[in-house]
Design a protein around this ligand. Structure first.
Ligand SMILES: [Zn+2]
Length: 277
């Protein structure tokens, strides 16, 4: 799969040397870090995140919904399909791609990625290369998202899929690299503007998770301000609220995936999309 990585300027093959890859036509050079090419410098302020083990049943309900969604999308692909995981990080979803023709890219040269590159800046692949691109909880971290979407559109084969998960009602995370929250109207418009067809757009709705976030916020903001006794009372009230809502759980049910139109509820935890080229 590494042979898919080409010179970003002439799209020709590299000569692979010990410490760098070099383009014999235009002299473009890319340094290696632990054996992988690094096309763009990672920003000075970026953190390198520690690996958190994730799986189908680990992490927040949103993450679990993402896992199910991605697995369904990937299992529907041809065995030979070429897949690029964009912003793969520590390979949170790598288990889903196991045994497939799969490359992982991130702006940080994590051990789990094949190359480090900001695709909004530099594209070391030929056009029309991949059958599927995964962009799982990445879009909100990309300031130049129009450039990235243009690059991703060019990398997809005609008929290929861009598989996206993007949060909506989720707190700021991985600061300061958290730039956007998109409504589903914005996502649809964005897809159109960049030449994609929206094959699937669904929201993940989860009132219990939503309430959990709200009570965590209250705990954070309110409780430290209260005198000791009142703090105990405040904590008791929050626990009571959570308990009462838990009584409604059988009625509310777990989080669910619906089209935004069917849900009639603007407060999705996040959106999951399949865009076709
Ligand atoms: Zn070149």
């Amino acid at each position: 799969m590494n042979e898919l990585i080409v010179c970003p300027t002439c799209k020709g093959d590299f000569v692979k040397e010990e410490t760098r890859w070099r383009c014999p036509r235009d002299g473009y050079e890319v340094p290696l870090y632990e054996g992988k090419p690094v096309f763009t410098e990672m920003p000075q302020t970026a953190h390198v995140y520690e690996k958190i083990e994730r799986g189908p049943d680990a992490g927040t309900p949103w993450r679990q919904a993402n896992w199910k969604f991605l697995q369904e999308q990937i299992s529907g692909l041809d065995k030979e399909a070429l897949i690029l995981d964009v912003g793969a990080g520590h390979g949170d979803f790598a288990a889903i791609f196991r045994g497939r023709n799969y490359l992982a890219v991130d702006i940080v040269p994590y051990p789990e990625v094949d190359l480090a590159c900001d695709l909004a800046v530099c594209v070391p692949f030929k056009e029309n290369t991949f059958d599927a691109l995964a962009l799982m909880n990445v879009l909100e971290h990309v300031y130049h998202f129009h450039e990235l979407l243009d690059a991703l559109h060019s990398l997809l084969k005609p008929g290929g899929s861009l598989i996206i998960a993007v949060p909506f009602m989720i707190k700021v995370h991985q600061a300061p690299f958290d730039f956007q929250r998109y409504t589903h109207y914005s996502l649809e418009e964005m897809a159109r503007q960049h030449g994609f067809e929206v094959a699937l757009l669904e929201g993940y709705y989860d009132p219990i998770f939503f309430l959990g976030e709200a009570t965590r916020n209250l705990r954070f903001w309110v409780l430290p301000k209260l005198p000791r006794l009142a703090r105990w009372a405040g904590r008791g009230i929050l626990i009571l609220i959570e308990g009462l809502v838990n009584l409604l759980k059988p009625l509310i049910g777990k989080g669910c995936v619906q089209t935004p139109a069917a849900a009639k509820n603007p407060a999705a935890i996040g959106y999951q999309l399949v865009l076709k080229k």
